[in-house]
Design a protein around this ligand. Structure first.
Ligand code: SF4
Ligand code: SF4
Length: 395
């Protein structure tokens, strides 16, 4: 197993204090100790020691022990939302959730990843998206969406990168329609890549196929460059993290365009007078997506946008960089859907405690997970751009 010097150092200085487990959403939902961050940490240490250092020479057959470990417990490595709450709580700044990516890479390349996750990678290879949505199905949706609102396809200064989840999930499609309404109303020179829009590659990073990721990232940048993008705006925080942070590291340099999340972009459109919004007057619980608040630092902008449309913002326990995963992160849903929905249920109850009229978030994946879990409570979930589009004023 290859780890960087910093990762080896982090692994070796882990004090075993257990602070990382305190807010782990998966452990909170399952109460199963094999979901603890420490469990994954021990596995990683065992795997590393089986092939490095004095222990690998002394132990009788360290590799077969690792094989046994992986065949019994590999699914536990993916039963984690990669939310980063463990890293948030670690006083030693070990950033355990980043080590989980390396663990996944190792498990995947040794062919121990669960079949459902291998199928996701295959979908990406064949269809260009993790859901296995065909180009025909994508074209059909686009035609239907275009009958409701103008959606230009092709070249433009601003490319709206829709993201696979928004297109694939029925409940998320209104996010794309809302973005189109906002961009049209603001008179932006914009377009989408249409059926040619590739996945941002996050699923392959999360599953652990780092080899596929490099070529994939290059192709995405090439497509956006060919479309003439000066700005790429996306309402998906995972696409945003990949395009604004990960690609620079993967491809080694700055990208030829600026990348923005919809929350900062739309907020600026309002502030600069390109669009005007009315006053909604409802109490809304805001769910911070892990990818947006903890991983990319966008916390105040969605709240400000909510205030602009007249929402009274309720911050539940676990807000901002201390957020609690919606249950849909880290490909956990593809690995263990039942566990994923248990996490979503915990989160929805935290939000509902504020006596809110509605739940608002800024991520298609969070919207989808929270919508499923909140239906029994009669609470509707909206993405922030939907809230803006619903309250657009004429003129
Ligand atoms: S909080 Fe940090 S130091 Fe403590 S057990 Fe977790 S990873 Fe190790
Ligand atoms: S990344 Fe999140 S779900 Fe995974 S171990 Fe850390 S706290 Fe738990």
């Amino acid at each position: 197993m290859m780890l960087t010097e910093a990762e080896v150092r982090n692994l070796s200085i882990c004090a075993g204090c257990g602070q990382c487990l305190v807010d782990c959403p998966v452990y909170k939902a399952s109460a199963d100790t094999t979901h603890l961050p420490l469990f994954k940490g021990r596995m990683l240490r065992k795997i590393y020691e089986s092939s490095h250092g004095i222990l690998s020479a002394l132990a009788a057959d360290p590799r077969s022990e690792v094989e046994r470990l992986l065949s019994a417990w590999s699914s536990r490595i993916y039963e984690c939302t990669l939310c980063g709450a463990c890293s948030e709580n670690c006083k030693y700044e070990i950033e355990p959730h980043k080590l989980w990516y390396r663990l996944r890479e190792y498990v995947y390349t040794r062919n121990y990843a669960p079949d459902s996750l291998k199928a996701v990678v295959e979908n990406l290879r064949v269809h260009g998206n993790p859901y296995g949505l065909s180009k025909g199905a994508r074209r059909f949706w686009l035609r239907k969406a275009s009958s409701k609102v103008g959606i230009p396809v092709g070249e433009a200064k601003t490319i709206y990168f829709i993201g696979c989840t928004t297109v694939a999930k029925h409940e998320d499609r209104p996010i794309a329609i809302s973005m189109a309404k906002i961009l049209n109303k603001a008179g932006v020179d914009w377009a989408i890549l249409g059926v040619e829009e590739p996945c941002c590659g996050a699923p392959i990073q999360m599953i652990g196929d780092e080899t596929l990721l490099y070529g994939h990232a290059r192709r995405v940048v090439q497509k956006l460059r060919e479309a003439g993008a000066e700005t790429v705006v996306t309402a998906c925080p995972t696409c945003y993290r990949m395009l604004s942070q990960e690609y620079k590291a993967i491809l080694g340099g700055d990208l030829p365009f600026k990348v923005e999340h919809s929350s900062t972009y739309v907020k600026r459109l309002i502030e600069e007078g390109y669009i005007r919004v009315g006053y909604a007057g409802v109490k809304a619980g805001y769910h911070d997506p892990c990818e947006l608040s903890r991983h990319t630092g966008i916390i105040s902008e969605p709240r400000r946008l909510m205030e602009m449309v007249g929402y009274e913002v309720y911050d539940p326990d676990y807000s901002g960089e201390k957020t609690f995963c919606c249950g849909g992160g880290g490909m956990i849903k593809a690995c263990n859907a039942e566990l994923s929905s248990k996490v979503s249920t915990v989160r929805v109850h935290q939000l509902a405690r504020g006596g809110v009229d509605i739940i608002v978030t800024a991520c298609p994946s969070c919207k989808s997970s929270l919508s499923a879990a909140s239906s029994g409570l009669g609470l509707k979930v909206l993405d922030i751009v939907e809230a803006v589009a619903q309250n657009l004023e004429d003129g």
